[in-house]
Write a protein that binds this ligand. Sequence first.
Ligand code: I24
Ligand code: DGL
Length: 265
Amino acid sequence: MNAPIGVIDSGVGGLTVVKEMLHYLPNEEIYYIGDTARCPYGPRTPQEVVKFTWQMADKLVEMGIKMLVIACNTATCVALESLQKHSKIPVIGVINAGAQAAIKATETHDIAVIATAGTVKSAAYENAIASLYSSSNITSLACPPLVPLVESGEYMGDFAFDLVKTSLQPLKKARFDTLILGCTHYPIIKDLIQKAVGEQVHIVSSATETAKQTLEILKFQGIERTAKESPHHKFFATGSLPIFKEIATNWLPLEQVDAARVTLK
Ligand code: I24
Ligand code: DGL
């Protein structure tokens, strides 16, 4: 089936999921919406995030997608269930894939999750992990400074490492052998996070796991793209296009990024 896969996010962070999808599903076509005008979702109320997420999903369904991937952790927490319930197409989010991979990776069943305030408050990772293995010991930590750190572009030097160390300080008291990166932006600073928690900790990126799960679902449903011509991905943003295009071009292994402005209502 040659229809595109829809991917939605609060802004540009979901491009970490797109990058993994380009790797694991190179023949699939992707339509992406980033709600850059209203980003970040992390500090918003669940009601707002549900409304915005539905608006993006509706827009992509109108464009004819065959499956929807919610790349934003914060949006997945509050909107996945209702979208799954009311959509005719398969809908997945980043939480379950991350939770499953953590259960596979852990040897002690002690798992830590770092995420935005919204994601931690929803307890979505705890619930997902507990539903897979009920006696897991889970520690969740909100790290509000880390999204702005990545978005500042200054995530390479000593300042960045100090900020990561300070943000993760509360984990020092916790016992865990596996850490889930429960936010779109964290894979970009994975090396700093690994250094801060120690090399012995398994780090699970929800972005990678979601791309792999997308492939499984396409296969299971028999809706993989069969067209031979290379896919033409389309990107949409609610905010500034030049900034969006610059980040996407810089991040994704694509010659051209076809990006347009979209309004949501
Ligand atoms: N990374 C992110 N967001 C930004 C940024 C960045 N600016 C530099 N880098 N800006 O997220 C968000 C601000 N909005 C304003 C409105 O329009 C859209 C952007 C993480 C990127 C995930 C792929 C640093 C940077 C980059 C390219 C790739 C990776 C990266 F420029 F971290
Ligand atoms: N995309 C969000 C997430 O994965 C991070 C940025 C935001 O707060 O909107 O939770």
